[in-house]
Design a protein around this ligand. Structure first.
Ligand code: IPM
Ligand code: MG
Length: 360
């Protein structure tokens, strides 16, 4: 199979972990007889340095002409957020990417690896037989993309952000969540704030309607504040969680610490045509950039998600996932998941260990 992949490493640790993910993809291509063409593009602060824009037209075109997008991370140090280079960097790059290609469904799996059980901040009896949740977050609507306004009224500085959804937006992401639950444990938890918000009342109504198309799936509704609590109290109750953009942003980060590190979590952003972009759930981590110690697993697993979801290469994706799991079982640990036992390794060494197990 020949596929063209738009590779957008971005900022911070993005380029370091991306380089390792590409090596893993090369190994897969070699093992399984595929050809992956890596078309490198600039995004984020890196693009700003070169072009004065965070998501330049050439990068947009590169993405358009590719079969999938592999994204690193964007953004700079919080302390430098007011510099031109970093001002609105995330909004101008990753949010623009999502909007440009209508990536409306964000798939964020969270699972606790048995071999990293001790890294989970929850007690062993709460982890039980294992935590395995997939968030399906709506990605191009809600308060993120409504009007953002600052103004002065009665001499006071004021601001508003408009949250808006239409029924099609909700139905589309709900369908993706139900379809996903069908190949999992057949349960969908729809999360909203229907006791207060109009958008949430619409959300609940539409999700309930869509559920009728999927009679074998159990649907429950949960208020977002309760869900935040339940993710910590009893995470094993969840299979697929579907929710609006802002709630999904927050809840998926809360859950992301359960495996022990953000550096383990891949994600996908998909549109209705099946085109997708894949990125680690964590950010650019400027505090550890350039040291060669970042965990490449999130980026490597994002590449695996791409193979499976965009290219239908299920065996190849599984080979990567199993190689990662074996690497963790064998005790390889980057700094973020190291706690005195196991073997502390660099970004490169972690990827080497994955590639060795992939070939075995
Ligand atoms: C995420 C990030 C982004 C978001 C930021 C960088 C704009 O937090 O992908 O979750 O809020 O969607
Ligand atoms: Mg976030």
């Amino acid at each position: 199979m020949h596929k063209k992949i738009a590779v957008l490493p971005g900022d911070g640790i993005g380029p370091e972990v991306m380089a390792e993910a590409l090596r893993v993809l090369q190994a897969v291509a070699h093992e399984f007889g595929h050809y992956f063409e890596f078309a490198q593009g600039l995004v984020g602060g890196a693009a700003y340095d070169a072009t004065g824009e965070h998501f330049p037209a050439v990068t947009v075109e590169l993405c358009r002409s590719s079969d999938a997008i592999l994204f690193g991370s964007v953004g700079g140090p919080v302390a430098e957020a007011s510099q031109d280079k970093w001002r609105n960097c995330e909004a101008n790059s990753v949010l623009a990417l999502r909007k440009t290609f209508s990536f409306n469904a964000n798939i964020r799996p969270v699972r606790v690896y048995e071999s990293l059980r001790e890294m989970c901040p929850l007690r062993s009896e709460v982890i039980g037989d294992g935590i395995d949740i997939v968030f399906v977050r709506e990605l191009i609507g809600d308060i993120y993309f409504g009007e953002h306004k600052r103004f002065v009224e009665n001499g006071l500085r004021c601001a508003t952000d408009v949250a808006e959804y239409n029924e099609e937006q909700v139905a589309s992401v709900a369908r993706q969540a139900f379809a996903l639950a069908q190949v999992r444990r057949k349960k969908v938890t729809s999360v909203d704030k229907a006791n207060v918000l109009s958008t949430s009342k619409l959300w609940r109504e539409v999700v309930t309607e869509v559920a009728a198309e999927f009679p074998e799936i159990e649907l429950e509704h949960m208020l977002v504040d309760n869900c935040a609590m339940q993710i910590i109290k009893k995470p094993t109750q969840f299979d697929v969680i579907v929710t609006a953009n802002l709630f999904g942003d927050i809840l998926s980060d809360a859950a992301a610490i359960l495996p022990g590190s953000l550096g383990l979590l891949p994600s996908a952003g998909l549109n209705a045509e099946g085109f997708g972009y894949y990125e680690p759930s964590g950010g650019s981590a400027p505090d550890i950039m350039g040291q060669g110690i970042a965990n490449p697993i999130a980026q490597i697993l994002s590449a695996a998600m791409m193979l499976k979801t965009s290219f239908g290469l299920v065996r190849e994706a599984m080979a990567i996932e199993q190689a990662v799991e074996k690497t963790l079982v064998d005790g390889f640990r980057t700094a973020d998941i190291y706690n005195d036992n196991g073997r502390k390794v660099t970004t490169r060494e972690m990827a080497d260990a994955v590639i060795a197990r992939l070939r075995a």
